[in-house]
Write a protein that binds this ligand. Structure first.
Ligand code: C5P
Length: 420
């Protein structure tokens, strides 16, 4: 196998010195390394040090005409197998998330068609700031692998998450990314994307439920299932990309509404059931929500107080409507009805039982033994009466897109549309 080629973008910050050790480790492992230093990065390491260690020219300035003659910036962004940003400062992450290209490093990041791995380093407050949280979520949603920073004492004297991961840990993440490349930001025209001319769900109405439900016990407490909503939101996004009209009935999750999706927010299973019923008829319903099976039989109007006696207040439960099973029996049952199931063992057998119990057409069974709850990838098996279709572990966006292709094919069989 040819030596892996790494394009290393070194941002500013005291942690930039660790990039030197990283280059050394990568070279020792036989990788080719080409470095790009941001203007801020140049304040902490010199181009000469990186050039000597990488045995390659170091790029700094976008408008270096000589560079453009030798190798254009687009070419530079594409010749690598993996683009690594270390340290990825708050500023670099923000620019990446916003698609800003105002220097060599950010232009390469916007122009690349290769997987990107970012190793953040910044002050703890900056890492925990809502803007950075948002930028990291956006980048991860776009398929960028953003490592978790290390926790510890920082150069500024504060303590918490924000330290650049150790070079050995970054090297490990690089090895992993090379072996199992993260999803690449899709480009219109690529087969795994639904560009304007590939809209297999055009003319279809799709309903998606996502996230948990919150069942109030009193004004401050609730019963809920663990659910990030990420897979459901990715499915709604992919359905809209594929041209469908999408209604997303979402439980309480702090995720942005995907472009082109109509979103209705709900709290409880009863509210979710009502919004689902109100959204019919649809061509396909994909029930991804982790609906709470029970709710408090009575919701206290005021906060239930501890009275110091050690007595535990009684909590009577009532069963929630099973939205999926109810839809399967409804006169407005969608032609294609899909349920989800998170299982830790005997995934297929449990999914087959659920398929029969719920009366739906497919169960997308999720193997949660490796804990993808809240994670970025999923390994799923599509269980139907025709058998089991098992997919490799994929980023949630990729699962969603692949599922849309399968749904489009199935709908063409069940309820073909007349297209000119
Ligand atoms: O019964 P279980 O929760 O394991 O089933 C999961 C599937 O059923 C998911 O598709 C989920 O959205 C759906 N469901 C539902 N209403 C409920 C419980 C589950 O729609 N009350």
């Amino acid at each position: 196998m040819a030596a892996p080629r790494i394009l290393l973008i070194v941002g500013g910050g005291i942690a930039a010195y660790k990039s030197i050790e990283l280059v050394r480790l990568l070279r020792k492992a036989g990788m080719t390394v080409r470095c790009v230093l941001t203007r801020a990065g140049e304040q902490f390491v010199t181009p000469l040090t990186l050039a000597a260690l990488s045995e390659n020219k170091v790029h700094t300035n976008l408008f270096d005409l000589k560079d453009e003659v030798e190798m254009g910036h687009i070419e530079l962004s594409r010749e690598a197998d993996l683009v690594v940003v270390a340290p990825a400062t708050a500023d670099l992450l923000a620019k990446m998330a916003a698609g800003i290209a105002d220097d060599m490093a950010t232009t390469l990041l916007l122009a690349t068609d290769k997987p990107v791995l970012a190793a953040p380093a910044m002050n703890v407050r900056m890492w925990l700031h809502a803007a950075t949280r948002r930028n990291v979520a956006t980048l991860r949603g776009d398929g960028v692998s953003v490592m978790e920073p290390d926790e510890g004492e920082m150069a500024c004297g504060e303590y918490g998450p924000g330290r650049l991961p150790e070079p050995a840990a970054i090297k490990e993440a690089i090895d992993k990314a090379l072996a199992n490349p993260p999803a690449i930001v899709p480009l219109a025209g690529q087969p795994d994307f639904a560009p304007a001319n590939h809209r297999p769900l055009f003319g279809r109405r799709i309903l998606v439920t996502a996230g948990p439900t919150h069942e109030p016990i009193d004004p401050v407490r609730y019963i809920a299932n663990r659910s990030s909503g990420k897979q459901g939101f990715a499915i709604a996004a992919a359905a809209a990309e594929a041209g469908a009209e999408v209604l997303l009935v979402a439980g309480p999750v702090p995720l942005p509404t995907p472009p082109g999706v109509i979103r209705v927010d709900v709290e409880t299973a009863v509210e979710m059931a009502a919004e689902v019923a109100g959204g019919l008829p649809v061509d396909a319903a994909i029930m991804v929500a982790a609906v709470a099976d029970w709710r408090a039989a009575d919701t206290a109007p005021r906060k239930i107080k501890k009275d110091g006696s050690g007595r535990v207040p009684p909590l009577a439960l009532a069963e929630n409507p099973d939205i999926l099973a109810g839809l399967a029996k409804s006169p407005e049952r969608p032609p294609l009805l899909i349920g989800f199931a998170a299982e830790t063992n005997d995934v297929i057998a449990h999914a087959e039982a659920k398929l029969a119990r719920k009366g739906c057409d497919w169960i997308v069974a999720n193997d949660v033994s490796a804990d993808p709850m809240g994670g970025e990838s999923n390994r799923v098996h599509i269980v139907s009466k025709d058998g089991v279709d098992s997919w490799d572990r994929l980023p949630k966006q990729a699962v969603a897109r692949k599922l849309m292709e399968k749904i489009a094919d199935e709908l063409e069989k069940r309820t073909p549309l007349e297209r000119d």
